[in-house]
Design a protein around this ligand. Structure first.
Ligand code: ADP
Length: 391
């Protein structure tokens, strides 16, 4: 029988889940609003099962309680089958974890120690793992890291210009969104091998946003650094910032480290700039000049990084847009590509408006592609591989 793999992506207030066996996704859904107004919604891809209901406060009080509420639906869908392995998205694998790994007590202790490096994600990823270990005690538990794909990047993009001992203790540019970049590469390798073999920049533009320069399927540079704060502005995160600003906030303004952390992670980016929303759809539909300014800054930073990455790659053959904004916003893609004829990069307005896979013109030397990312498929792939190796 095909192995049954459950993929979990646990965030602060949500758990996204996908169940696989055979060729297809069996069902997909999420528990949202944990700790506030919890809700479960899922839809089977192979049966009529559809669930969309509020969870009780008790069911939604923790990741563990929410997974327990999901179990009866899962069991009904599984029938005679059991979950063989659970694959988890884990944001930070540190220096040590360069590939997916089976979760043991030792690995979990390693990952816990990395919590300060990804305070917005890592604790919730680990809460999801604890809940899954309890709910599926017989299943293999696997961690797949957002940092792993970038461990190949060269030293110059791994270090900061700080004294070497800090590098040695792990103060490095880790880069994130690695599962998304890995998926895009695996898709290109199969569907467009000639593009895969070239110089690529992938822009993963979602609520979290980053860009990655890729050569021969390997990351050689990423806009994200030590934490997922660096690089592009995001929904609520600031992106690139002069560290002097942090010193000013701490010393001159006397803000506490917690207050600075809250400001940089939760009050900045599109939300902070616009004062309206962190949601790009809301901003693109707004006529408020503040929304336009936030969009302008977002686009400016993408263009700046694109130029830098083209230089680092010694040229550019393909730009890929992915993530919620990259996949859906023709406006952002158009603005990023505007006036880039000097690079021989030209977007086709009709193809772009239709969100076609190839949105460059026929005469553009640089390909511009829109590819929906699928981090869950990557996690399934790795989990199945580790499961296969263990049998
Ligand atoms: P996450 O990083 O949480 O996975 P997503 O990749 O789902 O986020 O991206 C969410 C972002 O995508 C939001 O800012 C949302 O407004 C934006 N988005 C989704 N659809 C559109 C659209 N049609 N136009 C503009 N922005 C969109």
């Amino acid at each position: 029988m095909d192995p049954v793999i459950l993929v979990l992506n646990s965030g602060s207030s949500s758990i996204k889940f996908t169940l696989y066996w055979g060729e297809a996704v069996q069902f997909k859904g999420q528990i949202s609003g944990l700790g506030a107004t919890p809700r479960i919604s899922l839809a089977s891809r192979v049966s009529d099962t559809k669930v969309d209901r509020a969870l009780t406060a008790d069911e939604g009080r923790s990741h563990g309680a929410a997974l327990a509420a999901l179990l009866p639906v899962l069991e009904q869908e599984l029938g005679e089958r059991t979950v063989d392995a659970v694959g988890h998205r884990v944001v930070h694998g540190g220096v040590a974890h360069t590939e997916p790994v089976r979760l043991t007590k030792e690995v979990l202790a390693d990952l816990k120690a990395l919590e300060p490096l990804a305070p917005l994600h890592q604790p919730h990823n680990l809460a999801g793992i604890a809940a899954a270990r309890e709910a599926f005690p017989e299943a293999m538990q696997v961690a797949c890291f957002d940092t792993a794909f970038h461990r190949s990047h060269p030293w110059v993009n791994d270090t900061f210009a700080l004294p070497q001992p800090l590098y040695d203790e792990g103060v490095r540019r880790y880069g994130f969104h690695g599962l998304s970049y890995e998926y895009i590469c695996s898709y290109l390798k199969q569907a467009h091998p000639e593009i895969y073999a070239g110089r690529l920049v992938v822009a993963h533009l979602g609520n979290g946003a980053s860009m990655c320069a890729i050569r021969d399927g390997k990351s050689i540079g990423s806009t994200m650094g030590f934490t997922a704060l660096d690089g592009l502005p995001m929904g609520t995160r600031c992106g690139q910032l002069d560290p002097g600003v942090v010193l000013y906030l701490l010393t001159t303004k006397g803000m506490s480290p917690d207050a600075v952390s809250d400001l940089l992670y939760k009050q900045s980016g599109l939300k902070g700039l616009s004062g309206i929303s962190q949601d790009m759809r809301t901003l693109t539909q707004s006529s408020d000049p503040k929304a336009a300014e936030a969009i302008e800054y977002f686009v400016f930073r993408i263009r700046r990084e694109l130029g830098g990455m083209a230089a680092v790659l010694s040229g550019l053959d393909t730009v890929v847009f992915t993530g919620g904004i990259g996949e859906n916003s023709a406006l952002i893609r158009e603005k990023v590509c505007e006036g880039q004829e000097w690079l021989d990069l030209e977007i086709d307005p009709a193809r772009n408006a239709a969100c076609a896979e190839v949105v460059s013109t026929d005469t553009s030397r640089i390909n511009i592609l829109v590819i929906p990312t699928d981090e869950e498929a990557m996690i399934r792939h790795h989990t199945e591989e580790l499961l296969g190796n263990s049998r």
